[in-house]
Design a protein around this ligand. Structure first.
Ligand SMILES: NC(=O)c1ccc[n+]([C@@H]2O[C@H](COP(=O)([O-])OP(=O)(O)OC[C@H]3O[C@@H](n4cnc5c(N)ncnc54)[C@H](OP(=O)(O)O)[C@@H]3O)[C@@H](O)[C@H]2O)c1
Length: 247
């Protein structure tokens, strides 16, 4: 029997990278998965991969820069798969504008996608979880939740905020709902390729004792642990999964 047998899971940003790996793994472990993202071709691909393995998934296209559209995700999940037990707030976007050039429009978009959409989905899912007496939320933060670097002000601020929001969620939603965050280090995904790939980030690899970048499955495995009863005494944590980056 899978670790998530009978559960209903919503995974945002499930059309690519860590979210995709998490959706596929959760379905293998028995969860029915709502795959969320904007790209229909990739959403279909993920659902096909899951259903070909004999597991259950549906997809919905929603833009997280409009957090109020989170209601569409939860409504479709309840209708097609059942009331949610697990929410993985993974959708995220980078922003590399220098601080002095950062427009309020970009600031707001980054925060909507990286933080506010997770808040709204949480507010919508928790009543179902409380009614069941149990639920789990895993937020995908970042090593950028702990430290700042030149040139990523909006992203870094959003991820610092997301770590704080995750701890607040744990305090306010327990004991029925457990909330933890994962703080990935460098993980080879489309997001990393969008800024030049692993070659330009060799310094981050050199800064890890494991001397490699992560792969999406490294994060999915920890998300599974945090979503399952194996972690039932872990709450309100922001767990670095970063190969020991600058440890
Ligand atoms: N890769 C890293 O090194 C790293 C390190 C630390 C933290 N993270 C965090 O990990 C999470 C996953 O990133 P990843 O590396 O797996 O990146 P990825 O492969 O680029 O995937 C990003 C996912 O987020 C979705 N997304 C982006 N903007 C969206 C929007 N406006 N509305 C709805 N969905 C949106 C994308 O879906 P569509 O393309 O279908 O819209 C995609 O499924 C992000 O929160 C990121 O900040 C990544």
């Amino acid at each position: 029997m899978g670790k998530l047998e009978g559960k209903v899971a919503i995974v945002t940003g499930a059309t690519s990278g860590m979210g995709r790996a998490t959706a596929v793994l959760f379905a293998r472990e028995g969860a029915k998965v709502m795959v969320c993202g904007r790209n229909e071709e990739r959403a279909k691909e993920v659902v096909d991969e899951i259903t070909k393995e004999g597991n259950t998934a549906e997809y919905i296209l929603v833009d997280a820069s409009k957090p109020e559209d989170g209601k569409l995700i939860v409504d479709k999940t309840v209708k097609d798969l059942g009331e949610p037990d697990i929410l993985i707030n993974n959708a995220g976007m980078l922003s590399m504008s220098p601080l002095m050039d950062l427009s309020l429009e970009e600031w707001e978009k980054v925060n909507n996608v990286n933080v506010t959409s997770a808040l709204v989905l949480t507010q919508l899912c928790v009543p179902y979880m409380k009614k069941k007496g149990k639920g789990v939320i895993v937020n995908i933060a970042s090593v950028a939740s702990f430290a700042a670097h030149h040139g990523f002000a909006a992203y870094i601020s959003s991820k610092h905020g997301f770590a704080g929001l995750s701890k607040s969620m744990a305090w306010e939603l327990g004991p029925e709902v457990r909330v933890n965050a994962i703080a990935p280090g460098l993980v080879h995904t489309a997001m990393v390729d969008s800024i030049g790939g692993l070659d330009v980030l060799q310094g981050m690899i050199d800064g890890c004792p494991v001397k490699r970048a992560g792969v999406p499955e490294d994060i999915a495995n920890v998300a599974l642990f945090l979503a399952s009863d194996d972690s039932s005494f872990i709450d309100g944590q922001v767990i670095k999964v970063d190969g020991g980056f600058e440890c």
